[in-house]
Design a protein around this ligand. Structure first.
Ligand code: TXA
Ligand code: MG
Length: 347
């Protein structure tokens, strides 16, 4: 098992070109010196991540970001006022960042995380940290140090234990295009409403912008968060495409057919609940995201609840959509992807 590292031990390991699990307010990251190509390669190898998926660079403050990137518009400047925080900004970069980090794209992604331990680590290192979420590619993002160890323990130098992540969802990724429009590339830990309040401007509710890179003759999404199958728990997740469920939903034909299809008795099923309505009777487990319907509490718990249900051996997980407001949008996005399109429409 990999050791728990102090900030000093972690900064030393990073200096030596090792890779380290680090806490942030969103999810745990797997960090490497962003200026050391060999170290960054180790991150891709440990995660089994394709080299075509670029990484986010983390900095201790905006001034250090500005040494590696250009803020080309007032909107980019305004957005950076949300730092430190769960916002990743795509910016034109200078050549110092290893091209393996940004996959050779003209814009790289930058973030100042809002976690005291991570900020202290970043101040100690005299280089930025390239860090994707510290999970195996396609699996659930870790929100505790033990979730990092479970997935990557033998592949990394160690992890700093910074406690449970306060946000629990990855950062919101934002690009400002040539027309000065804000494009949301990934819903995440800062809601659109919060961004709009900060910049005092409405963001048009266009669908998430898909960015593609050409690899050989094939076009593929450059953002792994855009893949339709992602954040997958090891037990299948079934998602009702509704915020509400009819009374007796667990006895409906759709649910019964699903149980038969997977050949799973209700005792081995788990229901992910927001609030305390719709609770099925006799099921193996009810995992409460938030009894008081608090979206922040629910986002903090989403990945750890999914991970616990799987670890405890539940063979099927059912969930319904969350209200499409605030962090609910990012959580619904994760639920869609984590279910790999195993959807049910309540009748
Ligand atoms: O909250 C977070 O963002 C966490 C913590 C550790 O900071 N990091 C994280 O990284 O979620 P990752 O690699 O799991 O997700 C970053 C997403 C990926 O989908 C990646 O393809 C996309 O950001 N991305 C990174 N750089 C990009 C770029 N230059 N252009 C477009 N997409 C980019
Ligand atoms: Mg990730």
């Amino acid at each position: 098992m990999s050791p728990i590292l102090s900030i000093e031990e972690a900064s030393h390991a990073l200096q030596e070109g090792e890779i380290v699990g680090v806490p942030t307010e969103t999810v745990y990251g797997l960090a490497a010196n962003a200026l050391d190509e060999t170290a960054v390669k180790k991150v891709f190898e440990a995660k089994k991540r394709p080299l075509t998926h670029p990484l986010i660079c983390h900095f201790p403050d905006k001034d250090s970001v500005a040494r590696f990137a250009s803020f080309r518009s007032p909107i980019e400047e305004q957005l950076s006022l949300l730092w430190p925080g769960a916002l990743t900004l795509l910016l034109s970069h200078h050549s110092k960042i290893s091209s393996i980090v940004h996959a050779g794209l003209p814009k790289a992604s930058f973030r100042v995380p809002d976690h005291p331990i991570m900020l202290e680590l970043l101040r100690r290192c005299n280089f930025p940290l390239a860090a994707p979420s510290a999970n195996l590619s396609g699996c659930l993002s870790p929100t505790t140090a033990s979730m990092v160890i479970e997935q990557l323990g033998s592949r990394i130098a160690g992890v700093i234990d910074g406690g449970a992540c306060q946000v629990g969802l990855e950062s919101t990724i934002v690009n400002v295009n040539e027309n000065e429009e804000i494009e949301i590339l990934r819903h995440g830990g800062i809601s659109i409403e919060e961004i709009e309040r900060k910049i005092e401007k409405k963001i048009s509710k266009r669908p998430i912008k898909e960015m593609y890179a050409t690899v050989g003759r094939k076009k593929r999404p450059i953002s792994s968060g855009l893949q339709s199958r992602h954040y997958c728990p090891s037990s299948p997740l079934i998602v009702f495409l509704s915020e509400t469920l009819p009374e007796g939903w667990e006895d409906t034909r759709e649910v019964q057919e699903t149980l038969q299809h997977y050949n799973v008795p209700v005792k081995q099923c788990c229901f992910l609940s927001f609030g305390d309505e719709y609770l099925p009777i006799g099921w193996g487990k009810i995992a409460f995201l938030s009894k008081k319907k608090d979206l922040q509490e629910a986002s903090r718990r989403l990945f750890s609840c999914l991970s616990e249900c799987c670890k405890e051996g539940f063979r099927l997980i059912f969930a319904h959509l969350l209200p499409a407001e605030g962090l609910g949008n990012a959580m619904n996005d994760r639920l869609y992807r984590a279910s790999s399109h195993r959807f049910l429409l309540p009748s």
